[in-house]
Design a protein around this ligand. Structure first.
Ligand SMILES: Nc1nc2c(ncn2[C@@H]2O[C@H](COP(=O)(O)OP(=O)(O)OP(=O)(O)O)[C@@H](O)[C@H]2O)c(=O)[nH]1
Ligand SMILES: [Mg+2]
Length: 389
């Protein structure tokens, strides 16, 4: 599963990326600091089954903090988009190809109103982040329309399944592509002859299905953020809008790594004595932001992308259903993220293709009941796969 971070230049995309991964992306107060994409692993939070099962987990991927399981998810941060990027403005939009495989997008905007449309820093409160969110969707649609048209030309004279196959990198199946084309009112045959408006209409449908998005209203620490966030929520009722203070999350991550503070997402505790007064002030200010918004919003944005936009499921494969462990005796070693509607067979395929090929049945370790390959999984399921291979 891959989450993409997009937005205009200089709004804090790389700050959000660095705050949520072990990677340290370049961050600076000018546009196009990022040119090549940054890729890393972030973690989403879900209740770990171990307390309910009366045992103690030993995670191999991710970790468990006080019964909250941190599950890895891939995340990518790309260059900034400007209005007209599809016509080559700014850095253009070809770099969005890096987002083809993204399952969901976090669209970052500057809620302080302190960045112009080209990404230059301006007086806070003088720009409207609603304009940023509005043009982003349009630019993404144009990029998708270009990808679709490019492949329609490649598939000229070929049958529909071959055209669909060329677009499978976007996360489209033949059936969903057909559905998008019908909804857009475009003809299914000879897609290479579509007019730009037809390709755009198809792209809009494709975006809605393959690139669901939420808005991360960053710089929520600023004085103008509150009113701007209210405006964003009003203008985009169809999107989740999350206030984010990426800067604060990044500062806290670094301070925690140095052992200066401990921080659980809600409460900052200073661990060192005799810290300079500026640091005490900074901690107070950051705790104030967290109390106001219920967190810095960085973790909330990634959690919402994975669980709300994608409806992802977290399942725990085990080899020994009595002890909920693998063959080394490690309890609940792996937490696996699966897409909405995933089945026992999907889980098997995620572990190893051979396990899926030889799939005989699975066992729900909580109930000890045997389940078939089509059994729909739910978050928290602990599953043993029985396979002939
Ligand atoms: N006030 C405030 N500033 C922030 C916050 N997050 C990031 N910034 C600042 O915004 C500026 C741009 O941050 P980046 O993370 O480089 O932004 P970007 O969107 O990746 O920029 P490009 O790569 O140039 O597109 C930097 O000066 C950051 O310190 C925040 O939560 N609050
Ligand atoms: Mg950047």
């Amino acid at each position: 599963m891959l989450i993409g971070i997009v937005g205009p230049p200089n709004v804090g995309k790389s700050t959000l990326f660095s705050a949520s991964t072990a990677a340290q992306a370049e961050i600076a107060n000018y546009p196009f600091t990022t040119i090549n994409p940054n890729q890393g692993v972030a973690f989403v939070s879900t209740p770990c089954p171990h307390p309910q099962l009366g045992t103690q987990c030993k995670p191999r991927n991710g970790r468990c903090e006080n019964g909250v399981r941190k599950v890895p998810v891939n995340i990518i941060d790309v260059a900034g988009l400007v209005p007209g990027a599809h016509e080559g403005k700014g850095r253009g939009n070809q770099f969005l190809n890096d987002l083809s495989a993204a399952d969901a997008l976090i669209c970052v905007v500057d809620a302080s109103g302190g960045t112009d449309t080209e990404g230059n820093p301006v007086e806070p409160g003088t720009r409207d982040p609603r304009d940023q969110a509005a043009f982003l969707e349009g630019e993404i649609d144009h990029w998708l329309a270009q990808v679709i048209q490019r492949n329609a030309h490649k598939a000229k004279g070929k049958k529909f399944p071959e055209f669909a196959q060329l677009l499978s990198g976007l996360g489209l199946t033949e059936e969903t592509l057909r559905d998008c084309i019908h909804k857009a009112g475009a003809p299914e045959e000879d897609a290479w002859q579509w007019r730009t408006e037809q390709a755009l209409a198809v792209a809009r449908q494709v975006r809605a299905i393959t690139k669901p998005m939420l808005i991360a209203a960053n710089k929520a620490d600023s004085k103008f953020a509150e009113q701007n966030i209210a405006k964003l929520k009003e203008k985009f009722p169809q999107h989740i809008v999350i206030p984010v203070a990426a800067d604060a999350e990044l500062a806290l991550k670094k301070a925690a790594e140095k052992g200066i503070v401990s921080y659980d997402g809600k409460k900052i505790t200073v661990l060192k004595q005799d810290i300079p007064p500026q640091l005490t002030d900074a901690v107070k200010r950051m705790q104030g932001i967290i109390d106001k918004w219920g967190g810095t919003g960085v973790r909330a944005a990634i959690d919402a992308a994975v669980f709300q936009l994608l409806g992802a499921i977290v399942a725990y494969p085990v080899e020994d259903e009595s002890h909920y462990s693998n063959h080394f005796g490690d309890v609940l070693p792996d937490a696996i993220l699966l897409p909405r509607g995933a089945t026992a067979l999907d889980l098997a395929g995620k572990i190893h293709s051979d396990l899926a090929k030889g799939f005989l049945h699975a066992v729900d370790a909580r109930t000890k009941m045997r389940v078939g390959k089509d059994h729909a999984l739910r978050t928290g399921d602990v599953i043993k796969i029985v396979s002939a291979k």
